[in-house]
Design a binder for this molecule. Structure first.
Ligand SMILES: [Fe+2]
Ligand SMILES: [Fe+2]
Length: 188
């Protein structure tokens, strides 16, 4: 029968800090499934890529920008977050470039994604989210939550993590200097 479809919640409101933390826990759970549930890797990969990209782009476009305007975070912190997203996105693109799903290459690609992911979410939670937690009032947290949810849902609907879309996003990051140019790190 058909592969099982993982459940990705789509909240429409919430506290921005809690919404982001909930997504990070979801990413960890999906990565665990991607590692262990070999038979469902195709659907898990598509689902994981969509939700991680929808989350990261919504953070960059709405959360980082708003926190920077409020001087809750510095431009340097926002840019560092964007660089980490770019590295994570490049690692997810490598997942798409695996033709076989039950291969050592796929396992290795999952391992690279896991490393980039755990590094980024630990750092984001300890810096940007902690600052947001301290600085934002209840209303600002709810306002940002709503905007974040809308952008995230749009990314999911557009399948922002699909291979062609992800390739454009990674290319844009390369042009923007967030990643080393293609070819330098891909000679394996
Ligand atoms: Fe995040
Ligand atoms: Fe992030």
């Amino acid at each position: 029968m058909g592969a099982m479809i993982p459940h990705v919640p789509e909240p429409v409101t919430g506290d921005i800090v809690q919404l982001i933390l909930d997504d990070h826990r979801l990413f960890e759970a999906l990565l665990r499934e991607l590692r262990l549930d070999v038979a469902n890797r195709e659907v898990l990969r598509a689902c994981f890529a969509d939700v991680v990209l929808a989350h990261g782009e919504a953070e960059e476009q709405h959360v980082y920008t708003s926190l920077q305007r409020r001087r809750t975070i510095t431009a340097h912190e926002a840019e560092h977050g964007e660089e980490e997203h770019a590295e994570l996105n490049a690692a997810i693109l490598a997942l798409w470039e695996c033709k076989g799903l039950d291969t050592q290459k796929f396992d290795d690609a999952v391992e690279e994604v896991t490393k980039a992911m755990s590094h980024h979410i630990a750092e984001e939670e300890q810096s940007i989210l902690r600052d947001a937690d301290q600085d934002l009032g209840v209303e600002a947290r709810a306002d940002l939550g709503k905007v974040f949810c809308a952008a995230r849902s749009k990314g999911l609907a557009d399948h922002i993590g699909a291979e062609a879309s992800l390739r454009r996003i990674v290319a844009r990051a390369e042009r923007g200097g967030l990643l080393p140019p293609e070819g330098e790190s891909e000679e394996e």
